[in-house]
Every structure is written in C-alpha cells, then in structure tokens.
Design a protein around this ligand. Structure first.
Ligand SMILES: *Cc1c(COP(=O)(O)O)cnc(C)c1O
Length: 391
C-alpha cells in the first residue's frame, strides 16, 4: 500500500522535535550534530533568536496580502539585495526551483524583446542541479531526473563540466544564456575555478550572452563571501538564490541587472506567495546578519578550522576518505568507502551529513557553527569512519 506521504524520498529514521544552533533533538532527547543544515538552508542554525523574533513579530502583525499590494518587508529585502550585489532588481519566489524557472523565462524574454526570438538556447552543465520542475530537470538533463516524465522542455544544451573547448564550440547565434552553479552542490561539491568563471564572463560578453549563476546552494555567505561569484571578481546578469536566504523559511529570489530584466514587464510573471511578509521579514533578518563583513570573515575562519580537521580525518582514515574539496562552509569529502554507508554510520554516531554525486558526503553546517561543534564534528566523523573500518 502506498504510504500516505508520497514515497519519493528514502528517509532516514530520525524524527526531530527541536533544534538548537547546530543541534537537532529527537523526542527522547537524543542529540544529533547537524552538519547538513537542511541542505544549506538553516544558515544561522536552528531557532536563532533573531530569526524567531522576526518571524513571530511578523506573524503577529500580518501573514499574507498578495502581490497586488505594496509589501514593505519585500521592498526592504529587495533594496538590501540591490545595495549589496550586482543586481538592480529582484523577484521573490518560494523556492530555488521557482527561481531557476524565472531565470530561464527572463533570459528568453530578453532576447525576444531585443528582436531575436530565435535565441532560446541555454547552455548548462553535466552534474548540475536546478530543481525538479519541468524546466529544472530539462536544464540539468540527467536521466535520473528526466526519465519517464515525457517530452522535455527544449532548448537546453548540456556540456561537460570544465571543458572550455566544448563550451566555445557550443555557442551559436541561438544561444540566449549560460546557466551554471559556481560551486556544484548535488553534483558533488565541485567548485568552478575562479579563472573559469572569469572566462565564462568574458565569453558571454564577447557574444552578448546572458550569464545566469545558480547560487541557490552556494550563495548567502556559504563560501565566505555573500555570493560565491564575488571570489572571481565577476558579476552575473541573472542570479538564482534560495535555501540560505530564508534561514529555514521558504524563500527564494531572482536577482538581475536592469538590462537582463528588461523584458519582464507587468503581467509577464507572478507568484501568489512569493515575497510574502513572513518570508521577507525573515529574509531581512538573515541578510542583516550574514552580510556583515565580520560575520563573513568568521565564516572563512570557521571554514579553515573545519577543513583542517577534515584533512586530519582523511589522514586518520585513508581507507574511508580520499580528499576534501569545496569552498568555505560548503565542503565535500570524497569517499573511498560508499558515501551512503558513511552517512548512515554518521547517524549511528549522532552526526548528520548529506550525500552527493561522485561518492561525496557534503558538509554544509550552519554558518555560525561554534569552534566546539567543529571539534565535535571531527570526533563523530572519526567514530563513524572507525565503524566502517571495523565492518
Ligand atoms: C536546491 C537547489 C535548487 C532547487 O531548490 P528548491 O528550493 O529545492 O526548489 C536549485 N538549484 C540549486 C543549485 C540547488 O542546490
């Protein structure tokens, strides 16, 4: 009999009733160190007092009004994002998937309005993830996501990761945009080298193509800059944001330059919930904290400490772990043992990590994880590895 919850996930047995900082707690009091943060969502950990206050204050005042009216919290968050980034304008969504959808629509509409309606093609990359909508799965293109779901949305060209020649060869006079994650998340924590991101920007400029960066997972302070592309010193035309921006409340955004957004006039796009007062009140509180230079410097410091302890872990357990990769607090441990076995051994030792492609386990802890919790993480991961070695 089909479960009452549609069985599209194979779930671990833990069931949490409370969260505190980097800890998740079950009803019987069992405490798990959370290095997954809901897949890079709980940017400030669980139950951060500032976010709880922002949400409850807003909940007591007003939940929902519709985008037919002014929404001051949305205006404030958009102003902050415009102030802090390359963007001139922002559309709010409820998820990363919806942000990717709009980015695709926006790029195509841009060319349509420029009198080049044939420019609909969007170049994407192997191993990428852009959500589970029809456009999202077509954009990523992997059989795992697309098989059985009927005709795919057309107009995507999938290229190998990190192959400059394939890229230059793929560009035609129908290319509308290139869409890429500066650090692939689901694809196994694969950072695009700064040089490649710069090269992509140059290539886009040369051909007048729009550069869309999907920073749904790597954005909002995760790499130690507010957005990952800042490390390369370049700016996109369009950027997808979600996950961390809501700190656990469903919130996403598409950020764009005035030029890239020029086709999106009244009536061309919309959302019932996108940019609602609750999400935006929380988003403002997240951004006010994360965008502080001191906070971002702390992320880099914590990332250094975590990375160093992971290097130690690899040295201690060379048959279980192979190498560490990633940027900031978006780290991947490439495994020699099967990644899911290590994730499960982690559960036995009350530490939570997240599997990814390429036999990697992901560490995406809260950006404010404490030094003590970083030391504890290394201990628990080491215990998990020992368990694998003995098995
Ligand atoms: C998670 C993710 C998405 C999809 O976001 P949802 O909120 O699950 O819809 C899109 N792109 C990237 C890079 C992601 O990591």
């Amino acid at each position: 009999m089909i479960p009452s919850v549609l069985p599209t996930y194979s779930r671990a047995p833990m069931s949490f009733v409370k969260g505190e900082g980097s800890w998740l707690i079950e009803a019987d009091g069992r405490r798990f160190l959370d290095l997954g943060a809901g897949i890079a969502v709980n940017a400030l950990g669980h139950a951060h007092p500032t976010l709880v206050a922002a949400l409850t204050d807003q909940a007591n005042a007003l939940w929902h009004v519709s985008n037919l009216y002014q929404i001051p919290q949305q205006q404030k968050l958009a102003d902050m994002l415009v102030e802090l980034t390359f963007a001139d304008t922002v559309f709010f969504t409820n998820s990363g998937t919806e942000s990717c959808e709009l980015a695709v629509k926006m790029a195509r509409k841009y060319w349509y309005e420029k009198g080049a309606p044939e420019r609909v093609e969007i170049i994407t990359f192997e191993g990428s993830f852009h959500g589970r909508s029809s456009a999202g799965i077509a954009a990523a293109g992997s059989e795992k996501m697309t098989k059985g779901f009927g005709p795919l949305l057309g107009g995507f060209k999938h290229l190998p990761w990190n192959d400059h020649e394939a890229l230059t060869a793929a560009i035609t006079d129908q290319t509308a945009a290139i869409m890429i994650e500066p650090v692939q998340g689901e694809g196994g924590i694969r950072p695009l080298p700064d040089q490649c991101l710069k090269g992509l920007r140059d290539l886009c400029d040369e051909h007048g193509i729009l550069l869309i960066l999907d920073e749904v997972q790597c954005g909002v302070g995760r790499t130690g800059k507010l957005f990952a592309h800042e490390w390369a010193g370049i700016e996109p035309d369009i950027m997808n944001v979600a996950k961390g921006i809501g700190g656990g409340f469903p919130l996403g955004a598409v950020l764009a330059t005035e030029n890239a957004a020029s086709g999106m006039t009244a009536g061309t796009h919309g959302s019932t919930y996108g940019g609602n007062p609750l999400g935006c009140a929380v988003g403002c509180a997240v951004l006010e904290t994360v965008a502080e230079p001191d906070f971002l410097a702390d992320v880099s410091r914590r990332a250094g400490a975590l990375r160093q302890s992971l290097e130690g872990l690899i040295a201690q357990h060379p048959d279980v772990f192979e190498s560490v990769r990633g940027a900031g607090l978006m780290l991947g441990l490439k495994c020699k043992a099967t990644n899911m076995d290590i994730v499960n051994a982690g559960y036995d030792n009350e530490v939570i990590t997240v599997p990814a492609a390429e036999n990697v386990i992901r560490l995406l802890p809260a950006l404010n994880i404490t030094e003590d919790d970083i030391s504890e993480a290394a201990k628990r991961l080491s215990a998990a590895a020992s368990q694998i070695e003995k098995a």
